[in-house]
Design a protein around this ligand. Structure first.
Ligand code: UD1
Length: 418
């Protein structure tokens, strides 16, 4: 329940990145023994991944922000539908299981309702590495006694496909190159984690990764990088409410495009020794946004920018190039009085002074967070339903908002799964 009108001011701490830590957890399967991850956010998706690893025979123990994953000599190789359907990132266990066990059977994932999110590049790449990979009865089944390094080229710099192929190639025989690889900071974090395990990965942070396969990897200890999407969410929240927020731990260098858009909207962004701050003193100006793979504008912050433009001075066009069904959020935003029209990949938003509180539903993590932000600039009260989606990616979201001065309270408990 969000009552609009408050200006957000103060400090907020950014947690470890969801999209990084889930992959690090899955990648820990590559080495027998105990891998320890630090700065692990306390979010639902981490609980889901922990449960998935336990079912594969691992021991997963949390102590504050640290998670210790103990992997057996021979992990199980099947990831069942009941967990995988909850979270698309479950597919990340595919590469490590295939590399470690010579076989993997992973249910086709569910996750957010933001598009068709195919797996064709994962499958084609594994086949080129010498695996037999087929989709049957709702499962992706892959086998290969040992993968063999090869040259791979992705049609699109897919984050998930780059990760699957990288995680399969680190234990393959010989050298693999992945061209047109994704360059997201989460991927750099994963590469550095793998190097810490003894993998040989070159071209880290570029669109060509070169992997020299090794015979085995060792467990490691690794600190998760800060979540740029969470940091970006706080930055937009400050801008939206004409507030002043220090985003402690936020990496401005991972958000250059997004912070530049906020500056264009009229905000003052300052990089500090321990993060960055965003201050906004006037009504935001409308800004056009085009989502693209990193270092382009992140699709995961697109719903927040639609929200910002919904109350901005002027008209903006937001273009979505990564996920075709991300406009489901628009229906909810229009329930709050936003003036948005979509046509194909484009949305045109005419800014209004204020939105108007109404009941709305979150369809995915980012839409859920953006709807809460929209409630902050809506007259009256906004009831956001299905908030369990927000729990998947934001630790203590409501508490942080309240600490910044928002008038928000949680009405429902956590998701009943755990
Ligand atoms: C990851 C992030 C997600 C982010 C996205 C893009 C996680 C858990 N999720 O998702 O938050 O929004 O990157 O930055 O890290 N595609 C295919 N075939 C494939 C693979 C992908 O068609 O084999 C398409 C997808 O349908 C989608 C687009 O490529 O339209 C981008 O997907 P991808 O980059 O793989 O995103 P995810 O890894 O799923």
């Amino acid at each position: 329940m969000v009552t609009g009108g408050a200006r957000l001011a103060g400090e907020v701490e950014v947690t470890g990145a969801k999209n990084s830590v889930l992959k690090l957890m899955a990648a820990s399967l590559l080495a027998e023994g105990t891998t320890t991850l630090t700065k692990v956010p306390d979010i639902l998706d981490v609980s889901i991944m922990s449960e998935l690893l336990r079912r594969l025979g691992c021991d997963v123990a949390r102590d504050g922000g640290s998670v210790a994953i103990t992997v057996p000599a021979r992990p199980g190789h099947e990831a069942d539908y009941d967990l995988v359907r909850r979270m698309r990132a479950s597919i990340t266990v595919l590469g490590p299981l295939l590399a470690r066990c010579g076989e993997a059977k992973v249910a086709l994932p569910g996750g957010d309702a933001i598009g068709s999110r195919g797996l064709d590049m994962h499958v084609a790449g594994l086949q080129k590495l010498g695996a037999t990979a087929v989709i049957e009865h709702g499962y992706l089944v892959a086998t290969a006694p040992r993968l063999t390094g090869t040259q791979l080229w992705l049609d699109f710099p897919s984050v998930g496909a780059t990760e699957t192929l990288l995680l399969a190639a680190v234990l393959a025989k010989g050298t693999t190159t992945i061209d047109n690889a994704a360059r997201e900071p989460d991927l750099i974090d994963l590469c550095e984690f793998l190097v810490g395990m003894g993998a040989r990965v070159g071209g880290i942070g570029t669109s060509t990764l070169e992997i020299d396969g090794v015979e085995s990897l060792s467990p490691t200890t690794h600190e998760t990088l800060p979540d740029r999407i969470v940091a970006g969410t706080w930055a937009v929240a400050a801008c939206l409410t004409r507030g002043d927020v220090l985003v402690r731990g936020g990496r401005a260098d991972h958000l250059e495009n997004a912070l530049d858009k906020l500056t264009q909207a009229g905000a003052t962004v300052s990089v500090t020794p321990d993060g960055f701050s965003v201050r906004m003193d006037e009504r935001p100006k409308a800004v056009d946004v085009v989502t693209l793979p990193y270092p382009g504008f992140p699709t995961d912050l697109q719903p927040m920018m639609l929200t910002l433009n919904a109350i901005a001075d002027g008209t903006a066009m937001v273009t979505e190039n990564v996920f075709e069904a991300r406009w489901m959020f628009v229906n909810e935003l229009t329930r709050l009085g936003a003036d948005v029209r979509t046509d194909g990949h484009h949305a045109v938003i005419r800014g209004r002074e204020l939105l108007s509180g109404a009941p709305v539903s979150a369809h995915d993590i980012r839409a859920g967070a953006a709807l809460v932000l929209a409630g902050l600039v809506a007259e009256g009260t906004t009831e956001v339903h299905e908030v369990h989606h927000v729990d998947r990616g934001y630790e203590g979201f409501v508490d942080s908002l309240v600490a910044l001065g928002a008038n928000v309270r949680r009405e429902s408990g956590p998701d009943p799964l755990f």
